[in-house]
Ligand binder design. Sequence first.
Ligand code: ZN
Length: 246
Amino acid sequence: MRTLLISDLHANLYALEAVLADAEGKYDQIICCGDLVGYNPHPAPVLEWTRQHCSYVVRGNHDKVVSGIDDLDWFNDIAKEAARWTIAVLSDDQRTYLRDLPRGPQTIGPLQIWHGSLRDEDEYVLSKGTAAPSFPLMETPIGFFGHTHLQGGYFSKYGRVGVIGQVRKGQTESVFELEPDLVYMVNPGSVGQPRDQDPRAAYAIHDSDQKTVTLRRVSYPAHRTAEDIRRTGLPDVLAIRLIMGV
Ligand code: ZN
């Protein structure tokens, strides 16, 4: 089974379209690690695409705030303004879909998915130190998560944790073979708002037969999303960070 893993789509339709074109023919199912909406100007089409095409989805913190599960006060002013705008443009039915998304972790055959960490769906796993407590909680040899918008991840063997890096600039992919005595947690990176100094949309493909994970980056017309951000009146800083990948 080849699984396309996507996370943190954040209402960026042009980035999502570029990922799907790039990954075409390379996967059998699509799984999403949360944050369909927030920050960017295409929440309804991205949500409807997810509803139609993803086999499994876990909720992200933005999905929780926009659907009313969590309070807006969790967010900084920019995220809050974008969330208010998103709430206004989504239908009741679409917000209900977000509200009903399951929390992570979810176990799906040979893998698990969650948004933040295994001990807290809203925790940012940004270091070996924050990754380490999740490894003993894993029920499968590999899991996928999001939330940080940083592509890469961690592996563990006998309690020692190592780092998996993002695809290097100038390259489009990095492939790693899964070793049988290691446990992995992989962040496919963010489709809709990368923050790892690389503005290209990020995703991953897990091949459970070949026992590989491929991390990929693909360019997309970020200036078009930026134009739509400005046209809809969302905060301009959201356009700038897309162009810069921060
Ligand atoms: Zn996010």
